[in-house]
Structures are given as structure tokens and as C-alpha cells.
Design a protein around this ligand. Sequence first.
Ligand SMILES: CC(C)(COP(=O)(O)OP(=O)(O)OC[C@H]1O[C@@H](n2cnc3c(N)ncnc32)[C@H](O)[C@@H]1OP(=O)(O)O)[C@@H](O)C(=O)NCCC(=O)NCCS
Length: 199
Amino acid sequence: MLTDGLHDVPAGKLAMVVTHLEMTARPALRKIALPDGVAFRRVQPDLEWYRDMILRVGSMEWLWYGRLKLSDAELGAILTHPNVQIFTVSKDGKDHGLLELDFCQDDACELAFFGLTPQLIGSGAGRYLMNQAITRAWDAGIARFHLHTCTLDSPQALNFYIRSGFTPYKRQIEIDDDPRLIGVLPETAGPNIPIIPKG
Ligand SMILES: CC(C)(COP(=O)(O)OP(=O)(O)OC[C@H]1O[C@@H](n2cnc3c(N)ncnc32)[C@H](O)[C@@H]1OP(=O)(O)O)[C@@H](O)C(=O)NCCC(=O)NCCS
């Protein structure tokens, strides 16, 4: 049990506040069209496509690292799992978004990954992608759609999820190695989060 007050985080580690959100009924959706020149499609990604997308959507700005620590075999098993669905949005022939739906749990769907590269943030593509996520999740006959986001993610994300119909229900503190100090990400990633190396 954590006591009130400040708690030291060891040098070389990161500390994140994780917020869990859920919806237990299909929300009403405001119809929104894709921005001009943007296309949406389902993908069956290979390892290279997926790692590149994680890097461009989440790692360089927001320090996403969990999936980059996985071996080829571990990541390949997720990408080819029959209960995992992956989608993207593209513009001018380049993919700029990641939507990953995980139906591995009975009667539930997890929004496992969601985001856009800086090229499409603020374009309306995020709302379109969320409408797709909500529609596809509830069309599968689930009883619960859930996700978690953390304080490393874009500060726009939490309120975007709440506006989308998710309700926060649990908060956690997570401590982990700084991925820039263990060779998972370059030191230039996450410029808003300073590195505090060990002694
Ligand atoms: C979270 C994230 C997807 C939100 O995307 P966004 O850019 O804010 O989303 P949008 O482009 O849809 O724009 C946000 C709002 O502006 C509106 N908007 C902006 N530009 C618009 C346009 N040109 N036309 C129509 N609507 C537009 C959207 O409708 C939306 O309003 P709403 O939320 O009330 O519906 C985005 O910040 C992101 O990818 N961040 C990086 C990765 C990340 O942190 N992901 C979350 C991890 S948990």
C-alpha cells in the first residue's frame, strides 16, 4: 500500500501514472468523414511495418517501448493472432496511424494501441479512427470495451478518450527501466521527458 507523499524513483527508471478506462454500452457516434486524401484500411502487418508504425506514432514523441522489447517470435505471434485486428490511415501513399483491437478476452475488446503520426494529428483522422474502433468493437458483440493510457502518452489522449465515451475507473503507478538507457530507444526519443541516468 502506497503512503501519501513523494516517493523516490530510482535513477535510470521512469514512473508513469496509468489510467484505465472502459465503456459498457455502445455510445452514440457523431458521423465524421475522413479528411481529404486520407484512406482507412485493415492491415496484416509484418514485423518491419509494425515496428516502424510504433516508432513513428508513439516512440519518438511519447516513448512507447513495450512492443519494441519483444522478440520477432513474440511480436509475430501477436500480429498473426486471429483475435487481433490492426488498421491504419494513410495519406499520399504513406501510413500514418495505428489502431489495434484485441478480442482475446471473452465478451470484451481492448483498444490495445491507438494513435496518429504528427502528420495527421489535429486533422479529424483521430475521431474517424475512434469511430471505426467503437463500431468494430461493438459489432463483435462485446459487453465491455476498455483501454489504458499513461502520462507518457499525448496529453490530448485522455480527454479524447473521455469525449469518445470511455469512463476512467482505475489509476496505477508503473515503474520501469527508461527504454533510452537499455538500448530499446535512442536518447533523442521522448524529448519532453529528461533522462536521469544511474550515478
Ligand atoms: C490521441 C490522438 C489520436 C487524438 O487525435 P487528435 O488529433 O486530437 O484527433 P482529431 O484529429 O480527430 O482531432 C481532435 C478533435 O478536433 C476535431 N478536428 C480537428 N481537426 C478537424 C478537421 N480538420 N475536421 C474535422 N474535425 C477536426 C475532431 O473532430 C476532434 O474533435 P472531437 O474530439 O470533439 O470529436 C492523437 O493525439 C495521437 O495520436 N497522439 C499520439 C499517440 C497517443 O498518445 N495515443 C494515445 C495513446 S493511449
